[in-house]
Design a protein around this ligand. Structure first.
Ligand code: NAP
Ligand code: ZN
Length: 350
């Protein structure tokens, strides 16, 4: 075991503070990674604040991890020292259930091990994420990162990227489809970029008129202000697919009115109760509501490779770890363009 520096929340209402954590000794199938950058996902805030009522303290968040390999176990020979790699939301799964066999480890029927707040099978207790100097991860849960991309802007692809990519691919979004993305934050801005790259006509659905220009420069063809009922009416029954990233429970009925017959809305943001759905809003147009959780490891690698080929990265605001608490407050206020990424050098210097 070794002790490494990290930033942790010790309770649900405390600021994150410097903290020491243990990392396991490297096993045959493990890879040790020196963390260069870590994105700040809204889930980090939910978990720190115990919004989902399952947090274990101390919470060391961080599941958008980019770094360099510094050591490899004897059976981890698909990696070598110096490789640029990524770690997302999962670090292990059972590998035997139907979901794991179908490369859908995120839905592991025996419970995937999440990068933080998961069950630590080696040291006991719970797992610690990327707001730390180093992480040791099994080779099968490590992604290869294309070297041609801006490394710091790749970090958010490991969660915001795959979470938006996976439903767009699963629901076969294609050229000519009219796609809505609700919520222009970390997930939403990647949703626009991917839907645009797949050839869809993309409409940004936002509560923030001030984000309209940004939405267009990210690839949206048009912007719909969700609070404007007249504008909402003018888009009624017209969308093939809507990706909903709103981070809290809300009334989805107005958005269902936007779907055309057989259209689907996928929820990725609200991992909590939502307001009652009006059956008629679904029945009268054979409409569907679905959910989606991140993406499997194979699919995450495909997404990263696609990004390498199409030169797609996140729009990021860099911060030092010492400013993490202010960054959390700003994310909650929807005041980030469009993902904070921590330069982890700042932790070494702390
Ligand atoms: P974010 O950066 O805070 O973006 C969320 C956006 O939603 C905001 O920028 C805002 O956009 C809009 N919004 C916020 N509050 C709203 C409200 N009350 N009503 C309507 N719109 C609202 O968050 P994120 O990092 O993209 O994460 C979004 C959610 O997805 C979080 O709950 C996170 O935990 C969850 N998540 C899920 C998965 C998964 O696998 N399913 C993975 C990662 C994250 P506008 O200003 O444009 O309205
Ligand atoms: Zn996330």
């Amino acid at each position: 075991m070794s002790q490494v520096k990290a930033y942790a929340a010790l309770t649900n209402d405390a600021d994150l503070v410097p903290h020491k954590i243990e990392r396991r000794n490297i096993k045959d199938t493990d890879v040790k990674i020196e963390i260069d950058f870590c994105g700040v996902c809204h889930s980090d805030i939910h978990q720190v604040r115990n919004d989902w009522k399952n947090s274990k303290y101390p919470v060391v968040p961080g599941h958008e991890i980019i770094g360099r390999v510094t050591e490899v176990g004897s059976k981890a020979n698909n990696f070598k020292v110096g490789d640029l790699v990524g770690v997302g939301c999962m670090v292990d799964s059972c590998r035997e259930c139907d979901s794991c066999k179908e490369n859908l480890e995120q839905y592991c029927e025996n419970g995937a091990t999440f990068t933080y707040n998961g069950v630590d099978k080696d040291l006991g207790g719970h797992t610690f994420g990327g707001y730390s100097e180093q992480i040791i991860v099994d080779k099968d849960f490590i992604l290869k990162v294309p070297e041609n991309l801006d490394t710091k802007a790749v970090a958010p692809l490991l969660c915001a990227g795959i979470t938006t990519w996976s439903p767009l691919i699963e629901w076969n979004v294609k050229k000519g489809d009219k796609v809505g993305v609700i919520g222009l934050g970390g997930l939403g801005h990647m949703g626009i970029k991917f839907a645009h790259a797949l050839g869809a006509k993309v409409i940004m659905i936002t509560t923030s008129p001030s984000k309209a220009e940004d939405a267009k420069s990210l690839g949206a063809d048009d912007v719909l202000i969700s609070k404007d009922t007249e504008e909402m009416k003018s888009h009624a029954n017209s969308f093939d697919f809507i990706l909903n990233t709103i981070p809290v429970g809300h009334d989805i009925n107005p958005y269902l009115g936007l779907l055309k017959r057989d259209g689907t809305m996928v929820l990725v943001g609200a991992i909590e109760p939502i307001d009652p759905v009006h059956g008629g809003a679904l029945v009268t147009g054979r409409k569907r509501v679905a959910g989606s959780l991140i993406g499997g490891i194979k699919e995450t690698q495909e997404m990263l490779d696609f990004c390498g080929e199409h030169n797609i990265v996140s729009d990021v605001e860099m911060i030092d770890i010492q400013n993490i608490n202010t960054a959390f407050d700003r994310v909650v206020k929807s005041d980030v363009k469009y993902r904070f990424v921590i330069d982890m050098k700042s932790l070494k210097e702390a």
